[in-house]
Ligand binder design. Sequence first.
Ligand SMILES: O=C(O)CCC(=O)C(=O)O
Ligand SMILES: [Mn+2]
Length: 206
Amino acid sequence: MTKRPSFPDGFQVLPEYFNREQQSALVTQLRDILVKAPLFQPVMPKTGKAFSVRMSNCGPLGWVSDIKGYRYQPLHPTTGEAWPDMPNILLELWKDVAPDAPAPEACLINFYQTTAKMGLHQDKDEDMFEAPVISVSLGDTATFRVGNTTRGGPTSSLRLTSGDVVVLAGESRLAYHGIDRVLPGTSTLLKNGGRINLTLRRVTSD
Ligand SMILES: O=C(O)CCC(=O)C(=O)O
Ligand SMILES: [Mn+2]
């Protein structure tokens, strides 16, 4: 576990929390999930501009973004089916890192092809911010940028490699963060390259 002074309070990286075998097992489970809940193309509210990542979800709620806005919903936007269950290994991760927080309700699956990125943003569509946001990186290495809770404030960046876990807890729960770029060819985990990020969140306050 590393905590660097230039990062916001409560921000943690757990390097290679998942070993290669666990990462492969997780990818196998994700392939199953993505058959039932295919990746969809989110667009920005109002402008309709496509995100460069494609997404899906597992767990009781899923995060979606379309012309009407950002929100959590229990059904996949194109199949109309409930999201598949969250793999146990992710529920165990949550219990290990956040034993006192209520269970996660949403696991967003972001798929980054090599040119995809994610602009600086806060995760704030949830009804409660006491529980942390916990995320897992799989596949190609990415440059992650994190600042504080002020838009336009100072930021630092670090590389996330396959199996790494990021925790946004405490002050850092509402820190601005994003992905500057994915570094192609840096992992052999995913047959066709690219990066998967799994972001676990508690959504409701009860
Ligand atoms: O890909 C990542 O590591 C970050 C994803 C993220 O911040 C999000 O989906 O809200
Ligand atoms: Mn985020």
